[in-house]
Structures are given as structure tokens and as C-alpha cells.
Design a protein around this ligand. Sequence first.
Ligand SMILES: Nc1ncnc2c1ncn2[C@@H]1O[C@H](COP(=O)(O)OP(=O)(O)OP(=O)(O)O)[C@@H](O)[C@H]1O
Ligand SMILES: [Mg+2]
Length: 369
Amino acid sequence: MRAPSGYLLAARYRLMEPVGRGGMGTVWRAHDELLDRDVAVKEVRLPTVLDEELRAELCARTEREGRATAMVAHPSVITVFDVVTEDDRPWIVMELLRAKSLEQLIQDQGPLHPRRAAEIGRQILGALRAVHAKGILHRDVKPSNVLVTEDRAVLTDFGLAALEGDVSITQAGIVLGSAGYIAPERVLGSKASPAGDLWSLGATLYTAVEGRGLHGRRTAAAALAALSSGEPIPMTKAGPLAPVLDALLRIDPQTRLDSVRASLMLARVAAGGSAEEPLTPRKTVRPTTTIGPPSFTRRPAHRGLHRAEATAAELTVPAPRLERKAGEGVHRKRVDTRPAPSAYARFKATVIKLCLPRRFWPRELRKRG
Ligand SMILES: Nc1ncnc2c1ncn2[C@@H]1O[C@H](COP(=O)(O)OP(=O)(O)OP(=O)(O)O)[C@@H](O)[C@H]1O
Ligand SMILES: [Mg+2]
């Protein structure tokens, strides 16, 4: 049963109101009364049919996963503050984000522009690479587990699907992972792997950019059948993102795009380029520099010019002129080509300079100074 609003969890977290509901439970906005700040609390719901031993095991696993996630500090990995076991079930206390899930975003706004989807993908892939490096798998990457705030994309619900593979849980009817986002090899019974998370990321970005699930099939088995039919993946709106999605969604994990190349390709698309641009840096020609809209990853082409101050005319910065008028910009000292004076002449000049005011000096001497 769901906890009532106002419930005080662990004598510390006061549940205020639900911010979302999913297959595994409810997410609450709660107030941490010790630190006087708002947090998000995920109330994990377990089926009542589970026996005591299995419940205890699930709580222990959730705690383990919570601890593991808390080890990873990354802007795109949700920050877990606490894992509590109370009322025979696990509760996860995490940072409260002012965010919409990617699923809600697609529902509200329709398909995302490929550049925006690529930027979200780039950040989520950063999160996956950070956790994979610590030996943690996500196992349930899907649009509802990607939270999008004003300035970042954050992956949440780490390891909740770690409960997978447990026969008693499957028999109890818990759906782990979502059809359409589970990698084909996992549907066929292989263990979860980093490559499986990458496939799920591909399927998530596919939904983001196309506005619908990969196969529109309701079950993982049907999705797999469609995948293995050998038909090319239908994409109409993916644009520059299509080659990345194609390579992430390969059925064979061995030939699937690896995370390093995926991250490079996503960064290129997010910056407005093409996924398959050659790696060699382009030569910069500087005839005229035009300032475009700020990009996510590249430094702006201008320096010291604030957008608010710039008028339309100022948005074009002329490059330096290359040709030069005769003598312009030449700062070399003029060379004196006259013959050097003799020792006698130098002596005479010194005497004159010492004894007479300047206006009585001969013209020649005044000129030499
Ligand atoms: N840390 C958070 N801060 C703010 N809102 C959150 C947070 N975590 C989750 N939410 C919101 O709660 C909603 C439900 O999340 P939840 O994980 O329970 O559901 P789900 O992902 O759809 O299903 P599943 O149970 O399979 O994970 C999310 O879509 C999101 O809008
Ligand atoms: Mg979730």
C-alpha cells in the first residue's frame, strides 16, 4: 500500500506530495527535516505475494545498489542521499530535480530536434561511462528514467532492475525493464552488460527523435522478432543522428558501437555537425568571422563581445586586412647612410656643443643631434 502524504520516513523525511508514479512505486517530494531541504523519495512497491526472505533480500540489494550509485559523482548521475528500509520495503532518498522525464517531454512537445536529442544522449552516455567504469550497470535505461532539467540530463533509477533474473520475482509478476528498451541479447536470456545499456540508450534516443518507440510492439519478444527480421530500422526524423542510432541498435553486441566512439559522434551531432566527420581538425580560414548561436560544446567564435550589446551590424567581425600600404605598419629604425665623421670632426662637435647654445651650432650638427 502507498504511504499517506505527511508520513515521516526514518524519523527524518516528511513525504509532501507525489511527483510521479511508475511501475515500481511512487516518487515523492519530501522534506528532510534534519537538513531542512527538499528531497525526492522513491517509495518502492513490492508485491505482497513475496515471502519474508525474498523481501529482505530485495531490500538488501536495493541498499547495495544505492551505495554503489552514491560512489559515482557525475552531473548526469542522480545523487542518492540515503537508502532506507522501512515498512518491509526499500525507500530511496535522492536529489529533487526540477525536471520532466524525457518521456513526459516527448508527450508534451513531440519529437525532439536531433541536435537536442544528441546533447541529451551525450550527457546520459557520460553517466553510463562513469558507472560502467565502477562496474555498475544501469539495466533500465529508458525515456522515463532520463530526467531533463533546464541545463542537464540526469539518469535515475540505477540498478532497480538488478532484481532481474530472480525467478521468484519474475513469477511474482514484476515487470523488470521495459519492452522495447531491453537489449535483444537480454531478451534471449544473456546477462546484462555495458553493451546492453548502450542498446537501451540507442532505443531511448530513437524514441526521443522519432516520437515513438522502436517497433511500436508491446512486448520485448515482438520487438526482437522485428529487429531480427533484417529490415533496416525505419527512421524519418533522426537526420544526423541516424548513423549513431543505427550503430547503437545493432543486434550483435560485438558489432555494436562502443561508448568512446558513440560519445564522439553524439558530441559532433550535438554541436551541429555530422556524426561521421573525419577526426582531423579543419583548417581555419579567417576571411570574416560570423557569430552564430552559442553552441553546447564549442567556445564561441568571438571574444569580449556580449550578445546583449551586439547589434545586427556588429554580428559580423571583419578579419584583419592582409595587404598593407607602402611603409604602413613598418616600425624599423631608419638607417643613417651618411659617412661616419672623422675623429677631428667629432672633437670639434663636442667642443661646440659644450661651449655654445644650440641655436649657434652649425646646421649639420643640429640635424645629427
Ligand atoms: N529525483 C527526482 N526528482 C524529481 N522528479 C523525479 C525524480 N525521480 C523521478 N521523478 C519523477 O517521477 C516519475 C516517476 O518515476 P519512476 O521511476 O517511479 O517511474 P518510471 O520510471 O516511469 O517507472 P519505473 O518504476 O519503471 O522506474 C518520473 O517520470 C519523474 O517525472
Ligand atoms: Mg523510473
